[in-house]
Design a protein around this ligand. Sequence first.
Ligand code: F6P
Length: 438
Amino acid sequence: MRDITLDYSNVLDFISQLEMARLEETVNLYHRMLHNGTGAGSDFLGWLDLPNSYDQEEFERVKAAAEDIRKKAGVFLVVGIGGSYLGARAAIEMLGHCFYNEVPGDKRRGPKIYFVGQNVSSLYINSLLEVIEGQDICVNVISKSGTTTEPALVFRILKEYMDNKYGRVEAGKRIYATTDKSKGALRLLSEQEGYETFVVPDNIGGRYSVLTSVGLLPMAVAGIDLNEVMRGAQVAAKDLGVSSLNDNMCYQYAALRNILYDKGKTIEVLVNYESSLFYLGEWFKQLFGESEGKDGKGIFPASLNFTTDLHSMGQYIQDGRRNLFETVINIESSHNDIVIKKIKGDMDGLNYLEGKTISFVNKKAMEGTIAAHVEGGVPNLIINVPDIAAYYFGYLVYFFEKACAMSGYLLGVNPFNQPGVEAYKKNMFKLLGKPKGE
Ligand SMILES: O=P(O)(O)OC[C@H]1O[C@](O)(CO)[C@@H](O)[C@@H]1O
């Protein structure tokens, strides 16, 4: 397998090698802190060695459950919010067919998959209920705490729907819960209803949980090869397990982010040129936003989809406030490429592209954009990913998770807590009249 690589040549006009070198010692120190579990948030380091120490029995159970779901469901509903759905959605959208739910069943690798519980919209919920009517359904409700309002509320509706459709016993065989091993309302309910359950380990926070059953069950239902995902993560854990800044590209990425941040580049835009990476961007935003945005600090993580967004946000990136840097996910290979043909009359003026491919045009768009943005004052990092494959997804997840941990420590925050998300909940509960102590 070819390697994922980090190219930061387009940042060197904005920083000096000395600034990187100055961080060597600190990175080394934080590496030891991370691996010895002596830093802030060290109760949540379960993801660090997960690719090598995951629960094999549960892993096999996930695969078996997925097989079962694939046999009996035409529709699979994934109920969760934030870290409890974004990773799985990122994987399924990246690795599956671009129109996954629309392709006929024999071309799709599993049931149709819908995500719900990530909002409080009756329009969305009702529309979903309309779409799934008359089809065989399985549900995976995912909540580490087991008490998050959005998925809990939706699950209440879906449970009633499933109980009415199948009867409580059969519904119980079609509902799978991924939650804490012993506590929370969802754990209790699952035991009461006899749902098969999977565990979110205590020492892994939601946004770091994609390689646990949280992400793995939906991925397996979509036909993604879990062994390949974990193999990618394992290789990443080995490659990125070294302490030296010179040899560890996720530490280089973390260091560069912080150097740029200190120079006023307070917004990072994760850019893709493949629409199937849209949800990877959403997952990335939660990982970095929740990990670093605290104590009045933090890079604001954004994501854009090029060339689409070049026609909406391109102006700002090129010419607006110079507080941005970009990280481009460059997928090196191309599949199902389309060769551009000559047409009579050349009415659209595109005959000059005869014999070239759509991917070639996409690559030239990328190269041209990077050059323009760098010239316009936007430092540019490139993460080269050889191919769209389960192995590389696993590798990328681990790369970003570890980079995020290091980046948070360099920034001087605890990258594993999220105290800020409680504020809206407190207000909402007050406005909803939630009884105190519940
Ligand atoms: O899995 P849970 O406990 O429902 O949490 C979902 C998401 O909500 C948060 O706790 C924020 O409220 C995230 O950290 C988490 O990924």
